[in-house]
Design a protein around this ligand. Structure first.
Ligand SMILES: [Cu+2]
Length: 230
């Protein structure tokens, strides 16, 4: 689709040889997105249960074309004194908005070396989104509510996905070639790596078993009505 629209505009008033060169260049730049195969994963834990919130990414090992995909903005909202979603995966350079949909104020912050920031107490929209310009995993908290925790996983690749409640993560189409696979999940001691080769044609999801540790999230304190932990 890209090469079609580009070639249409490139044809305006150019001599044939230049036009051909533009078309060849367009084909070289965009070819990786036209070819390849759907890449998907299925994550289960050591107890054979599906694993949600696993972020899987592909890094090309065969000097494949660099991404030209634009970084997309993401939203991590605060609702009922929790961050939603818990885990967000974005490409390097993406802006993340932190709207507060509660009536109580939150003070959203990160003390991560990769991206230190603080959004002073607010409700509604935060003043501005936070741009994540370096790859890595950033823990985000709230200065008022200790239990509030979210992760932003910043990736230097356009090929990534987060697993759903059923453990599946669909990356979409990737060009044929060898890739280093990196898998991150809050309950893994360290990221899990694999190597895969993407070939043309349909392929079954790659099944991966993750050895998960315990969930280290702080439990919420009992509410005023004594209703116990939430
Ligand atoms: Cu808060």
């Amino acid at each position: 689709m890209f090469s079609g629209s580009l070639s249409a505009s490139a044809e305006l008033g150019r001599p044939p040889d230049q036009r051909a060169m533009v078309l060849v260049l367009a084909a070289l730049v965009f070819a990786p997105f036209a070819a390849g195969a759907e890449v998907a994963f299925k994550f289960i834990d050591q107890k054979n249960q599906p694993v949600a919130d696993a972020v899987v990414s592909l890094l090309p090992l065969d000097a494949a074309a660099k991404s030209v995909a634009p970084a997309e903005a993401a939203v991590i909202s605060q609702q009922k004194q929790e961050f939603i979603p818990y885990v967000t995966a974005v490409q390097v350079g993406s802006a993340v908005h932190f709207p507060n949909r509660d009536t109580v104020k939150h003070q959203v912050y990160s003390s991560s070396k990769i991206k230190k920031f603080e959004l002073p107490l607010y409700v509604g929209e935060a003043k501005e989104p936070i741009v994540f310009d370096r790859p890595g995993v950033i823990a985000v908290g709230c200065n008022i509510h200790d239990w509030m925790l979210a992760y932003v996983v910043v990736l230097d690749t356009p090929w990534f996905a987060k697993s759903a409640a059923d453990g599946t993560a669909s990356i979409g189409r990737a060009p044929p070639g060898r890739y280093r696979v990196e898998i991150w999940q809050p309950r893994l001691d360290k990221p899990v790596t694999r190597e895969i080769t993407v070939t043309e044609g349909p392929a079954a999801p790659t099944a991966v078993t993750l050895e998960l540790g315990r969930d280290r999230r702080i439990r919420r304190t009992p509410d005023a009505k004594g209703g116990g932990y939430k």
